[in-house]
Design a protein around this ligand. Structure first.
Ligand code: ADP
Ligand code: XUL
Length: 556
């Protein structure tokens, strides 16, 4: 390795995601030595979340999570991990947060954070720290009017995308903040600081407000994507006095601060343990998967589905997102995001496959690829891509024998038999992902796809992805690349701090990647070529049907 990490040291990475808080610990050879998880619904059941969230029955599309639950999850995971990890050896900590979610700190909370009592858990001390007790999260879609207002104020959707890397999206933090400013003025004025989930968790660890890092900051519709500073134009279009409430931006590799005395006294961390800027779960997954070749794509199959890759040039458009690459300031990551990922698959599994992944997989294996033309669109929550409301749409494509889209006939259906429903949800998800990825300019076919997130443990699903995208699928040792990436970034941040400036992350592993827990292994070879051309045809037809659905049912 070009640079070595201190012998016998440990690096701790967290992932504060929708359904759980996870942790991964790496040693100085970048091998995983411990991991753990706190599952919100089952282990913190007193918050009564479903899938880690509250879906507001009174307000269409409003989806939030209790902020204090994330605090208590940190208390709990540190208790769980202490029997496995010698905290005194941890020299740096970083983490991932679900992107876009925001936390509203009350006036006076900075002082509260600075004087935490190590004899009590955090949750018992921060009950009054928040001006809004629930945090809007990435699944929220209740801010369409604020999105349109912000776009209009800056000269249109494309203009906003050129400025910030994305057009306005309901879940992005700027529109969420504007909604709070417009509908809960007292909350907005009582708010001393606004954090993202990532900078919020880092704030707990340093006992002070942590900066927002540039990669996760790009998911707010507020940061100038080229200069990496807050965009005055968009700040003004969002809410008054906002810059002060956001604090400064910091590069992802920077030190957020030293660990707070609270953790030194309560858990026996060393007082020189560095907290490296936390970032978004997708940017950190990009780091954890060591994605550094433009022809590679990553697919994350967690609660959300995302597909992302790297690019040297930012070319923002009306679809998809551009974020800075958290481990390489000279390039960007490009990404598409779907809301109906794991949870809709679980719905179909529960409805059609007796709540069992085994039966779900049997159905997937026994149904033929292309599903006899049966094609489904399943939205249990308002979808991001395409912007369609809750609803299921089923079709059968007929006359698939030729090779032109025009010849295909479409017949609407009310329902499919259970095995076909299982295949339709899987093929639908990945045909849509391929169609949009191609339209967005991502490589086709990719050289390879690295799959991560909860469902990447499912080989039957990976096989379908290999057939639809026509490339081999790789996976890493554990499906949680966001906490692994966070631990890796903790090591990278430690090194950059030690060297007095940015050093390339690859210098930590160089040609020894395969001896670390970071190396990706082939999980499924590329699918059949002939089958691929049929999928290409169906994908084109699907995009056409989708366009019609959006014209008929989508939001303006
Ligand atoms: P997040 O980090 O967004 O909270 P995860 O990456 O932990 O989500 O993924 C959780 C999801 O993984 C669950 O909702 C579940 O549906 C899915 N999952 C776990 N194991 C399997 C499996 N064997 N097959 C399909 N999906 C799975
Ligand atoms: C990304 C997004 C989701 C969340 C999930 O834009 O909204 O992938 O980051 O945690």
């Amino acid at each position: 390795m070009g640079y070595s990490l201190p012998k016998d040291s440990l690096f701790l990475g967290f992932d504060s995601s929708t359904q759980s808080l996870k942790a991964t610990v790496l040693d100085d050879n970048l091998n995983i030595v411990a991991s753990d998880v706190v599952h919100f619904d089952s282990e913190l059941s007193h918050y009564q979340t479903k899938d880690g969230v509250y879906r507001d029955p009174m307000v269409d599309g409003r989806i939030v999570s209790p902020t204090l639950m994330w605090v208590e999850a940190l208390d709990l995971i540190l208790e769980k991990l202490k029997s496995k990890v010698d905290y005194g050896k941890v020299v740096a900590i970083s983490g991932s947060g679900q992107q876009h979610g925001s936390v509203y700190w009350n006036k006076g909370s900075k002082a509260m954070l600075a004087s935490l009592d190590p004899t009590k858990p955090l949750v018992r001390q921060l009950g009054n720290a928040f001006s809004a007790k629930d945090s809007p999260i990435w699944m929220d879609s209740s801010t369409t009017s604020q999105c349109r207002e912000i776009e209009k104020a800056v000269g249109g959707a494309l203009e906003l995308s050129k400025l910030t890397g994305s057009r306005a999206y309901e879940r992005f933090t700027g529109p969420q903040i504007r909604k709070i400013f417009k509908t809960q003025r007292e909350v907005y004025s009582e708010t001393e600081r606004i954090s993202l989930v990532s900078s919020f968790m880092a704030s707990l660890l340093i006992g002070d407000y942590a900066s927002i890092d540039e990669a996760d900051g790009a998911g707010m519709n507020l940061m100038d994507i080229n200069q990496r500073i807050w965009s005055k134009t968009v700040l003004e279009a969002t809410a008054p006095g906002l810059e002060e409430k956001l604090g400064k931006l910091a590069p992802s590799y920077a030190v957020a601060g030293l660990i707070a005395p609270y953790f030194v006294k309560r858990f026996h961390f060393k007082d020189n343990c560095l907290i490296i800027q936390w970032s978004g779960d997708n940017p950190n997954s990009l780091a954890g998967l060591t994605l550094n070749t433009p022809g590679d794509l990553a697919i994350s199959l967690g609660t959300s589905h995302t597909v992302f890759g790297i690019t040297s040039e930012a070319r923002p458009g009306l679809e998809g997102h551009i974020f800075p690459n958290p481990v390489d300031p000279s390039c960007f990551m490009v990404m598409l995001c779907y809301k109906n990922g794991s949870l809709i698959r679980e719905d179909v599994r529960n409805r059609c496959a007796e709540h069992s992944w085994d039966i779900f997989n049997q159905f997937l294996e026994k149904t033929p690829p292309l599903n006899g033309g049966k094609l489904g669109f399943y939205y249990k929550d308002h979808e991001i891509l395409p912007p369609l409301p809750v609803g299921f749409h089923r079709y059968v494509l007929e006359n698939l024998t030729g090779d032109s889209v025009e010849e295909i006939k479409v017949r609407e259906m009310q329902e499919f038999d259970p095995p076909s429903e299982v295949r339709a949800v899987i093929e639908g998800q990945f045909l849509s992902m391929r169609g949009h990825a191609e339209r967005f300019g991502m490589p086709t076919p990719p050289k390879r796809i690295i799959a991560t997130g909860g469902a990447s443990a499912n080989e039957s699903i990976l096989k379908s992805i290999a057939s639809i995208f026509g490339c081999p699928i790789y996976t890493v040792q554990r499906p949680d690349s966001a906490s692994l990436g966070a631990a890796l970034r903790a090591a990278h941040g430690w090194l950059c701090n030690n060297e007095g400036g940015f050093v390339p992350i690859s210098s930590m592993y160089e040609d020894k990647l395969d001896k670390t827990s970071l190396s990706a292994k082939l999980a499924v070879p590329a699918g059949d070529k002939e089958l691929l051309s049929k999928y290409t045809l169906i994908m084109k037809k699907r995009m056409e049907i989708e366009k019609n659905l959006v014209e008929r049912l989508g939001r303006s």
